[in-house]
Design a protein around this ligand. Sequence first.
Ligand code: PLP
Length: 318
Amino acid sequence: MSGPFLVRLAFADDGTPAGHTTPAHAVPSHTVPAHYPADVAAPQLSVLDLGVTRGDGIFETISLGNGHLQALEPHLVRFAHSAAMLDLPTPDADHWRAAIVEVASHLVDPSGKPVDEGFVKIVMTRGVEGGSGSLLPGATTPTGWALAAVAPDHGPARRNGIRVILLDRGYRHDIAQTSPWLLAGAKTLSYAINRGVYREAARRGADDALFVSSDGFLLEGAVSNLVLKRGQTLLTPRTDLGILAGTTQADIFTWASGRGFATEYAMLTVDDLAGADAAWLVSSGRHAAPIRAVDGVERSIDTELTSEINAYLHARTE
Ligand code: PLP
């Protein structure tokens, strides 16, 4: 069956996994499992859930290639980092990993073989407002779930490339240091802007957008990181520029180092993009999508290197 499939995670009042640990009020493991299957077609959330009413929560999307969860541990580390930035309870990695592995195991074709490409999306919200979903840190029963589904077909974007527009994000490059309350660099559920930029791109005849800081530095895509090739060096914007530190970009850099490329985290400008030999937006789901136009100006794509990168990303087993 191809899903989607859902498991709900269960928490004790203080946000620790149900069925684990021993706070006085923890529920014994034999009555409430730490996670349990749920019907994806049935209503699951309270209308008072702060994830829904305020976008107050965090998420990760982990790709699956031939049944292998890819970059799972880096995703769990980033999930914990996002939780810390939002003063949410620290996600218990074992709790989440078990739910992810369980839900992913259902993504098989009719012969029982793992699907070629899938993903698991994990979400943790601050919980139900007025319940223990308090606005105060440390007093929250989160809502959590993991959903597994077959990936959409990213083949055309990987093969043909994407047309990108540059959009001013309206923040300086040092926003993460000057204004940490803006939560730049956390993977929060507040993605209305990230979705809106796709509509702006479509209005301008493009497929995607690349954010630029108000003081002129390249940042990230709507849901992706930028990688440039200049000679034998791969470059990406520094991860302290209020952007998400990408798991796919990190894996590409590890692979590229093994292939003799130098890799660099840098302050990059629009001129660097224009002068690069090749450019990609990279992310867990779509992998490496070569940029074939910027603001309507065509640029060449490196078909061979793109195929190599995507073959590597697809073949990852961890
Ligand atoms: N930047 C943003 C804003 C994202 O939402 C994402 C992924 O969804 C990325 C970058 C790429 O991260 P990853 O490669 O870990 O999927």
